[in-house]
Design a protein around this ligand. Sequence first.
Ligand SMILES: Nc1ncnc2c1ncn2[C@@H]1O[C@H](COP(=O)(O)OP(=O)(O)OP(=O)(O)O)[C@@H](O)[C@H]1O
Length: 666
Amino acid sequence: MKRISIVYRNEENSLVMQHLEAVIHSVFRDSAELRGIYISRLRPREPVDADIYLLSDRRLIFDLREHAVSMHNVVFMDRSILRSSLGEIRAIPPGSEVLIVNDTRDTAEETAVMLYGLGVDHVRFTLFDPENPGGHEDVRYAITPAEPALVPPHIPHVIDCGYREISFETMMEIERLLGADDPEITSRLVDYGMKIIEPARTSAANYLNRFLREKLLDEYLYYSEDVTFAVNNSGEVVFFNQKAAALFGFSHDRRILLREHIPEDLLTLLYSTDNILKAACTLNETHYTLDKKSFLSAESSIGFTVNMRDEMSIVNSETVLSNALKKSGLVARYRFSDIMYTSEIMKRTVRRAQIVAGTDHTVLILGESGVGKEIFAQAIHNASSRKDRPFLGVNCASIPESLLESELFGYEEGAFTGARKHGRAGFFERARGGTIFLDEIGDIRPQMQASLLRVLQEKQIMRVGGSQVIDIDVRVVAATNRNLPEKVQSGEFRDDLYYRLNVMQITIPPLRKRKADIRPLFDYFLENSHPLPTPAMYEKMQHHSWPGNVRELENCALYFKTFHTLPETISEDAGIRETPQGLPSQTRIDVAILRIISDSNAAGRGIGRTRIQYLLESVHITVSDIQLRKRLAHLKQRGFIEIHKGRRGATITPAGLQYLAENATL
Ligand SMILES: Nc1ncnc2c1ncn2[C@@H]1O[C@H](COP(=O)(O)OP(=O)(O)OP(=O)(O)O)[C@@H](O)[C@H]1O
């Protein structure tokens, strides 16, 4: 333990001495033994010995020379005050005369000098001399460091700034001389630094910044799960973290030469010529992935860093990742057990999908809108070996063509106006190791088809505006309600992409072709609520054509739960009927409304009720406002349109477009 002696001239200062000793102890605790020396008490030439002498006054150095065994570590104590008192001092009206009161005129002078040094320059200081206390009749303010009893009683405003504290700079110097490399001391010292005002601002700020940097290193490197160390070009380990210390026996006690601590083959690997090296290695039966990075200044190497990650910790962090994914929604919710069916055709379809899930092939799911393509895609992911990795669903039709490429592949900083600083990872990167579900794949334009083809062929992507090729390990499951072979025939869809996607095909039959599923699905969506539909209602459902498939059935169940009756569309049969009077049927009105909304969306606009009503007139369909509201609610309920608040009005959904296409003759 090192000894610190605080040196004062005489015992008049014993209270201050006690205070300073307490302050030093509060920071350095047991790393230093404290002892006060009063010069006046020493006999002539009486020797005193300490590792650090802390002088309260520079002039004491001459007296100390007479006694000190060695004068190596002499520190002049700079003084400061608590931050909390500066506010009161600054509040003194500018230009006021302020009496500085201390036990002697000299210490009053020191206090004034200190206050000037701290930037208090808006007032005029007058020094108080306790041996000659008279005068100062007009002075209304006094500042004193813990000597309020000495302030002339006529002065109304007295600011007691407490004992003058040891400056932060002086405390840093003590820490340096003690050679204390203890994070607890550093952290107490930082606390101290936050409490007092620092005259030497830059060095204090540097200290605090260094503290922050060290905290960062500690937090992320020292206590990291990886083995990390840095080696200079003489082969000396200049930084290592706790895992490296445990693995290789590095210790701070002496100079560490890498070659003395690590096995021969690892050494050869690290000294291979590669500046950047990625490799696998095994030590003590633990498998690591190793990353080495060399650092060059101009042309010569100044050393290298090594990071080794235990493969088990990768598995553990994957569990953490999978929990995080669950929270962030990048997960597939549905499993095969969530798919309801009793029909034979669905049994076969599900069986096929289960087999496909066991492979890692690209899957193409075909089926009309609302048949359950996404639920199948999720179930496939959850039954695959990628189940603990992300599942990312992308609706290719809902992302504007101009953004699709950057959304899928990400972009680099500055790739286009509005690009985020540092760029952004796209869906393919974010789905790393998992599954990407490309819904409505039949709707993508030729340029995008070409880019996707490249990804499927090369299993690599390049961010928009980037030049680096990124390897991706993502399974693609695509889906469409379009007739893809027909689109291939007509040249709208690339045949090479079609074949790349169509490795494993699953076609989900429409609900009208598996009527046995209608009732179990409907009951499932009712969630045991009451009342149940009558036999006649079930019968009606059997005769309905379900153009919106399971989604329409789900909405129908919701309607039933609310109104205890079936929506009127179910009463209509599958066919399109003109009313006897030649009035337009509901279906014709719906198709006309959908066409108006679709045209308006195609022109880049949403559309409101008034305009729809007006445009319906132009095709000789007159509906009241209430009727129109009802029809819109009905179309929304079938999943054909979405109604947004404000100016966006109504927009048609892919299901609506499909319905429109199927009823194009109306
Ligand atoms: N067999 C099923 N069992 C339970 N729920 C189902 C089933 N099939 C579909 N669904 C439900 O029906 C709705 C529509 O399904 P999904 O979104 O998977 O259809 P989709 O074919 O992907 O539709 P789109 O082509 O419009 O994207 C979802 O709410 C889904 O949960």
